[in-house]
Design a protein around this ligand. Structure first.
Ligand code: GLV
Ligand code: MN
Ligand code: MN
Length: 437
């Protein structure tokens, strides 16, 4: 390769076009620094399918081959001179949670495509094939569990279990099942075939590198250009159903109440208390837990809540510490049930292990940053990523670019053109190096 030129104008144009494929109307949110259109792109909706079709057409115009599997994971392939060798993979996701930004996942997909394109345009012919993936359903919005496409590829979720996942397309009640399953929804979207064909065969990838925005503040705060991810924290999530006794908000006297929402409030504060205590004990900020959805039944101002469903997301770099927080929460739940005469049931949605990056890919990324005089730091990813599940079947690493104030999962998520171009360049150089091993 003589000169590698990342076409940042083209890449930004494509990122901005992708951001127009949103189900969120223009926002008038006065708390945001600039008027920003939020991105809502839920998996298997028309907007998601338009985004996939758009990227597929870009890949085909660049002369890459395109393959889609039964869950909709899409493989954009730059064929190597020996296509029988295990390939080099990159990529991320294009689905977006409600009211999100335009960089989460998309930088890894369009940046991966731009990396392959710029390598091809520079005259580079890889020995191993290079692929950019668009993963299906990285976000848990619709089916309650994240990374469904990569879980299937990595053999982490059983195909029948995945197909039976209830659809919870958020409308009035974010947790109410629609009566459809993932199988119904994917086949209606045109992704037919058996999910048992999705898991990757052994040695499919020689190496895997995902480009992503940091989604945290450290790179920007420390003035460092890139992050090389050494570990991805272990996520878990749970659904709780809290059942009390409802009634008239005026007539049901306080001593007789079994208010499900008051019990939920105690549970939520218990999560926060035990997570803060875990951080205090470890002297780190590595334990994080969030209750991000609460649905109250019947949801009327003059009716005592009889039933509440809520979801907990808890993550830690240390699984034992995560388990310790959950054990303390369980003790509190038993106490809340007894004291308030309430029933609380828990359903575990997932409890995943941390992923560890491959030392050779990390060293390759470091060597390329050093020879390009790019500042970097090795760091932990506290967000989960599709790479967490590709790690089960291939050596992985990740490359982070800074994002403004660490903001993500918000419409004002932002990374500079310079960071996007630099991340894409280092990705391209890394892919080309690994492809010729
Ligand atoms: C991914 O979006 C995550 O929640 O970490
Ligand atoms: Mn996300
Ligand atoms: Mn993401």
């Amino acid at each position: 390769m003589t000169t590698l030129h990342i076409n940042i104008t083209r890449l930004l144009r494509e990122l901005h076009h992708l951001a127009t494929l949103t189900d969120c109307p223009p926002t008038t949110d006065a708390t945001l620094p600039t008027p920003t259109t939020a991105v809502t792109r839920i998996v298997f909706t028309p907007r998601d399918l338009e985004a996939r079709a758009y990227i597929k057409s870009l890949a085909e115009s660049a002369g890459f081959t395109v393959r889609t599997d039964a869950i909709g994971n899409t493989f954009l392939r730059f064929p190597g001179s020996d296509p029988t060798l295990p390939a080099i993979g990159t990529g991320s996701h294009t689905d977006a949670i409600p009211h999100a930004g335009m960089y989460d996942g998309t930088v890894g997909v369009l940046g991966g495509l731009e990396a392959m394109r710029s390598l091809k345009e520079s005259g580079f012919q890889p020995h191993r094939s290079i692929e950019t993936l668009i993963f299906t359903s990285e976000e848990p919005t619709r089916f309650g569990i994240g990374c469904i496409g990569s879980r299937l590829l990595g053999g982490v979720i059983d195909p029948a279990t995945a197909d039976a996942l209830p659809d919870r397309l958020p409308e009035a009640d974010p947790q109410a099942p629609t009566g459809l399953t993932l199988h119904d929804v994917r086949t209606a979207a045109g992704f037919t075939g058996s999910l048992s064909t999705v898991p990757l065969p052994p040695n499919y990838y020689h190496a895997w590198v995902e480009l992503h925005i940091e989604q945290g503040p450290l790179l920007e705060r420390e003035g460092i250009s890139l992050g090389i991810v050494t570990n991805i924290a272990a996520p878990a999530s749970y659904r709780y159903e809290i059942t009390g006794f409802g009634g008239h908000a005026g007539a049901l006297l306080m001593p007789d109440r079994r208010d499900a929402l008051c019990a939920a409030a105690e549970l939520i504060l218990s999560v926060e208390r035990h997570t803060l205590a875990a951080n205090a004990a470890s002297g780190t900020a590595d334990s994080v837990a969030t209750v991000g959805t609460v649905a109250v039944h019947p949801g009327a101002v003059n009716s005592v809540p009889s039933r509440v469903t809520l979801m907990l997301d808890i993550r830690d770099t240390d699984v034992t510490r995560r388990d310790t927080i959950m054990a303390a929460l369980h003790a509190d739940i038993r106490a809340i049930e007894t004291r308030r005469h309430i029933t609380i049931t828990e359903q575990q949605i997932n409890a995943d292990i941390p992923a560890v990056s491959d030392p050779h890919i990390v060293a390759t990324l470091e060597a390329i940053c050093q020879s390009d005089s790019v500042s970097y730091k090795k760091m932990v990813s506290r967000a989960y990523h599709d790479s967490s599940f590709i790690a089960r079947v291939a050596p992985i690493a990740m490359l982070f670019i800074p994002c403004r104030a660490g903001v993500s999962h918000r419409p004002d998520e932002y990374s500079t053109p310079e960071s996007i171009a630099l991340g894409t360049r280092i990705l391209a150089l890394t892919l080309s190096k690994l492809a010729n091993e």
